[in-house]
Design a protein around this ligand. Sequence first.
Ligand SMILES: [Ca+2]
Ligand SMILES: [Ca+2]
Length: 120
Amino acid sequence: MSKFSKSLGGALATLALAVVVSIAPNQALADDFVRGDIGGDGAINIADVIECLVFLSGQSDLPCLDAADINDDGEVNIADPIVLLADLFTAGSPPIPPPSSCGDDPTADLTSCDSYVACP
Ligand SMILES: [Ca+2]
Ligand SMILES: [Ca+2]
C-alpha cells in the first residue's frame, strides 16, 4: 500500500468519525414527549397555550420545542397556539399530529426536545 493510499484511508476514517460525532448529539437530544402538553403536566389545556405564548413573547424558554410545535411544521410560532386553541375549543378541528402519548417525533425537522419531565 502506498503512502498516499494510507493517508487517504486515514483521512476517510477521520471524515467518517467526524460525521458520526456530528450526528450523535442531535440523536441524544431526541427525548420522548407529548405534543401539545407543553408544560409536561400530563394534561393538554389552556395552560399549554399560555406557556407557548409566553415563550413566543421571549419571556421564557421551553426545554422541549417539539411539544410546542403543535402543527409539526418544524418551528414554533404563533400558528402553534392557534392550532392548539382550535383543538381544545373547536369541534371537528384536525387532530394534533403524534405523539399523543410519550414518544419520539415521527417527523425529521429542526425542532428538538432537550428534556421533558413527563416522559421518563
Ligand atoms: Ca399541560
Ligand atoms: Ca409549528
